[in-house]
Write a protein that binds this ligand. Structure first.
Ligand code: CMC
Length: 393
């Protein structure tokens, strides 16, 4: 039946590269992944160093402009981001109207971000300067939209941004209506930094395809959001937490995983197209989740312990040569539960943190001499048929 999701056929018949696996679509100086050893660099800097000493703003600057900012550059960038946080009333009205009727907050996020273009009189200005300003606007406003969706889901009113706070601090303030304690904030900021960029993943590719038609940045980011939504990509974080909740206790993990693997089910938050060694982002967050086994909340302690046990069982059951290790989405659940973030907002938060990566790739692709991305397909249908009018069939 058309539309049914089927497993792809084995092999590469007649040059068809299923899933574009291994196909390079551009030259890029933004992000390097060495999947064979589990290493990741943003603009040449190892993510471990960035995640431990940097901030989301600094990482965004690095991704967009290709170098770490000096103190004044960083302050200026932070001020520009803070000045762009507010969203028009029309956007909060869309959010208020759609939350509650939309089956998934990602539908609301995608619609609201798309609508942002209609309030920007530079939306169609393709100059380098205007596009640079739109990158800043999008990084700021997508987070505001996500926070507003969270408030609306909670039945609470929109909180205006506080320009004196850093990006993630302000984001959590807009979500919760009060400041979040330092340790929780640090973990959420780490997630923002580690999810800010990841080379030509599906959503970035999608943003680039849209940009390659010389469409605009709002359309590109909207495409990125739409593509991130699937459970094989961004929504894996939600799916992984739902699995941990279903497992319930560490003691249930072995039976659950054994049964799922026997049924050839995928374990959400495991596996990666590029990493065949441990995802370095997951390695960083794993350490934090390990620490959450001593958190004050019993729910968080149990989630963290169940996650560690699932990881242990998977390591025992899956031969290392298969290269199926936890990815960053696996550890997002216990971290966000600790920060009091509802499960439905995990993917909108992922989208909010990925905006710098999408924008950096689109800007780089345009600057490198844009080429329309238009692959081919191998036609396997019929030929030589002739049309007959409906009353003759
Ligand atoms: N659990 C169990 N087996 C798996 C898993 C998993 N999570 N992932 C891959 N495999 C097996 C798969 O069954 C297949 O086995 P076989 O060769 O025996 O048929 C083999 O590994 C190759 O899998 P694939 O799906 O063809 O590989 P891919 O490169 O197309 O897929 C993936 C990568 C991420 C889609 C896949 O690993 C997956 O579906 N993982 C679960 C969803 C997930 O966690 N996604 C988040 C990815 S990281 C964050 C992001 O970028 O969004």
């Amino acid at each position: 039946m058309p539309g049914q999701i089927k497993k792809p056929k084995e092999g590469v018949p007649n040059g068809v590269m299923k899933g574009l696996e291994g196909v390079m679509i551009a030259e890029s100086a933004i992000c390097k992944i060495d999947g064979s050893v589990g290493k990741l660099w943003y603009r040449g800097y190892p993510v471990e160093e960035l995640a431990s000493g940097s901030s989301f703003e600094e990482v965004s600057y690095l991704l967009l402009y290709g170098k770490l900012p000096g103190p004044e550059e960083l302050e200026g960038f932070k001020r520009s981001l803070a000045a762009e946080r507010r969203v028009p009333r029309g956007i909060t009205d869309i959010i208020a109207e759609e939350v509650g009727v939309a089956a998934d907050p990602m539908h609301v996020l995608r619609t609201a971000v798309s609508a942002l273009a209609t309030y920007d009189n530079e939306a169609e200005d393709q100059s380098l300067e205007a596009n640079g300003r739109k990158c800043i606007r999008l990084i700021s406003k997508v987070s505001t939209v996500t926070a507003a969706i969270g408030r609306e889901m909670d039945g609470k009113g929109h909180v205006e941004p506080d320009p004196s706070l850093g990006h993630v601090d302000n984001f959590m303030y807009m979500m919760h209506g009060n400041r979040m304690e330092r340790h929780k904030l640090d973990l959420v900021e780490k997630m923002f930094m580690l999810q800010a960029e990841h080379s030509t993943n599906a959503s970035t590719f999608s943003a680039m395809v849209t940009a390659s038609t010389l469409s605009d940045l709002y359309s590109s980011v909207t495409s990125g959001i739409a593509t991130l939504k699937g459970p094989l990509h961004g929504e894996a974080d939600e799916a992984a937490l739902r699995m941990l909740l279903e497992i319930g206790k560490p003691g249930n993990a072995e039976a659950y995983i054994t049964k799922a693997l026997a049924k050839k089910e995928k374990i959400m938050g495991f596996g990666h197209r590029v990493y065949k060694a441990y995802d370095p982002r997951a390695k960083i967050m794993r350490k934090e989740v390990e620490g959450l086994r001593n958190a004050a909340s019993e729910e968080v302690r149990e989630l963290a312990s169940t996650a560690m046990e699932v990881e242990r069982v998977m390591k025992e059951k899956i031969p290392p040569e298969k290269g199926i290790w936890p990815n960053i989405d696996f550890f997002a659940g216990p971290i966000y539960a600790y920060a009091g973030i509802p499960i439905e907002l995990f993917t909108p938060i992922f989208a909010s943190s990925r905006v710098p990566g999408w924008c950096a790739h689109v800007m780089e692709y345009w600057a490198s001499g844009n080429k329309l991305i238009r692959p081919s397909e191998l036609y396997t249908g019929e030929t030589g048929l002739h049309y007959r009018r409906i009353d003759e069939r």
